[in-house]
Design a protein around this ligand. Structure first.
Ligand code: UGA
Length: 425
């Protein structure tokens, strides 16, 4: 099948390469000249482990090509995946302007039956809008079907997640489109849910919000555990052993960030309020998450004697999680902002993110040199492998604040650190 992927971010690029792996011919379309130039030359314009090798492979075998020519790309392909961004607008709702402009281009240029698939995370009802926007631009009433096929891959493990999905959700009212979508996903062994577009759209928001809820639940519980001197990691393990709960997304820390959870939870809250059925649980999920860096800051401040002014704090990690260069809504940035407001002197390190400020140092050693405390803000593998005995000798004071619970309190105390995690022993 000839597949067009519109939007070449990490969802679009991964989706395109996934279909190349399944033996299809793929075109990636984006308006951004720099992105297209980079992808054509086999270089990703974002950091995602494993993806660049696959890109090089499929470019060399002519399975994937990239273009800015919307007219030609839309005419030449049978199935069109919309993978453009849906950022948050000022009300907390999703901004659909990119989706709208893509739908209008499809309406303008389509020449024969097409299946138009929304992969971007979009509010309930967007499939109907996409149909309307396409129809409004059509000169001849050519048939098409719209499908909602949400994506569940994570940044940092996009390729693995795309190749090994837990489930595939296909929401459409079109029989022909359902048949085409099912054949596209036939090689996957996981279950497929056939449903209506609105339910598919809701499934995506409800999934992300549920995972965010698990994180806020464990983070709030961690505060209580901290008070009662209970190790929250043991509690996560213990409750996660119940198959009805499951062990995933119960890692306590500085709170969730990224381009998805904060935006999607907020969009679902907005939708619920608008329809007169507020989701109070999710409102609390957001509140707990927003308070998590303040809670952590309070602990740091207390441990360092109540004052942070002129204290040298070394921050390890800027990305919102490991294996990505994405800092959107990163808890690390929120903590840095708060430390700076307290007039602490901050130095930062990240193995991949290039922050472009004078606070960033190239190496971990340079970052912690003369520091009164180290704060671990991202769960990078590099930080788990640090030789802490060596690092301690470079510091002014041996304090570690582990915002991701990646180290062992016992081990750190053996080396002579004052260690504090998030209810981590
Ligand atoms: C999330 C979902 O996990 C994907 O299924 C979904 O496809 C994606 O959003 C999306 O909507 O595009 P992502 O934002 O890439 O993926 O990253 P996650 O691995 O979900 O992590 C989100 C945040 O939660 C990170 O800040 C992470 O550090 C934090 N987190 C995660 C915790 O604090 N504790 C945990 O136990 C798990």
């Amino acid at each position: 099948m000839k597949i067009l992927v519109i939007g070449t971010g990490y969802v679009g690029t991964t989706t395109g390469l996934l279909f190349c792996e399944m033996g299809h011919k793929v075109t990636g379309l984006d308006l951004d000249e720099k992105k297209i130039k980079s992808l054509k030359s086999g270089k990703l314009h974002f950091y995602e482990p494993g993806l660049e090798d696959l890109l090089a492979k499929h470019i060399s075998q002519n399975h994937i090509s990239f273009t800015r020519n919307a007219k030609k790309a839309i005419k030449e392909n049978d199935v069109i995946f919309i993978c453009v961004g849906t950022p948050q607008d000022k009300n907390g709702d999703a901004d659909l302007s990119y989706v709208k402009s893509v739908a209008e281009s499809i309406g303008t240029y389509m020449n024969e039956y097409k299946v138009i698939v929304t992969k971007s995370t979009v509010p309930v009802g967007t499939s109907g809008l996409v149909s309307k926007w396409i129809r409004e631009k059509q000169e001849d009433k050519i048939k098409f079907d719209v499908v909602s096929n949400p994506e569940f891959l994570r940044e940092g493990s996009a390729l693995h997640d795309a190749l090994n999905p837990d489930r595939i959700i296909i929401g459409t009212t079109g029989k022909k489109a359902m048949k085409i979508m099912k054949s596209l996903y036939e090689p996957f062994a996981c279950p497929t849910l056939e449903t209506l577009p609105e339910a598919a759209e809701m499934i995506k928001y409800a999934s992300n919000s549920f995972l965010a809820m698990k994180i806020s639940y464990i983070n709030e519980l961690a505060k209580l555990c901290d008070e009662l001197e209970i190790n929250v990691n043991d509690v996560s393990k213990g409750i996660g052993m119940d198959q009805r709960i499951g062990p995933a997304f119960l890692q306590a820390g500085m709170g969730y960030g990224g381009s998805c959870f904060p935006k999607d939870v907020s969009a679902l809250i907005y939708l619920a309020k608008k329809s007169g059925n507020p989701l109070t649980i999710l409102e609390s999920v957001v509140k707990v998450n927003e308070e998590q860096t303040s809670y952590f800051l309070k602990k740091i401040k207390h441990a360092l004697g109540g004052k942070l002014k002129n204290r040298k704090i070394a921050i390890l990690g800027l990305a919102f999680k490991a294996n990505t260069d994405d800092t959107r809504e990163s808890a690390s940035l929120y903590l840095i902002e708060k430390l700076m407001a307290e007039q602490a002197e901050v130095t930062v390190h990240d193995p991949v993110v290039k922050w472009g400020t004078t606070y960033q140092r190239e190496s971990i050693e340079e970052t912690v040199k003369g520091a009164d405390a180290v704060c671990i803000c991202t769960d990078w593998e590099d930080y788990k492998k640090i030789n802490w005995t060596n690092l301690k000798s470079l510091m002014n004071q041996p304090y570690i604040f582990d915002g991701r619970n990646i180290l062992s309190k016992t081990e750190m105390e053996k080396i002579g650190f004052h260690y504090m995690g998030v209810a981590n022993g």
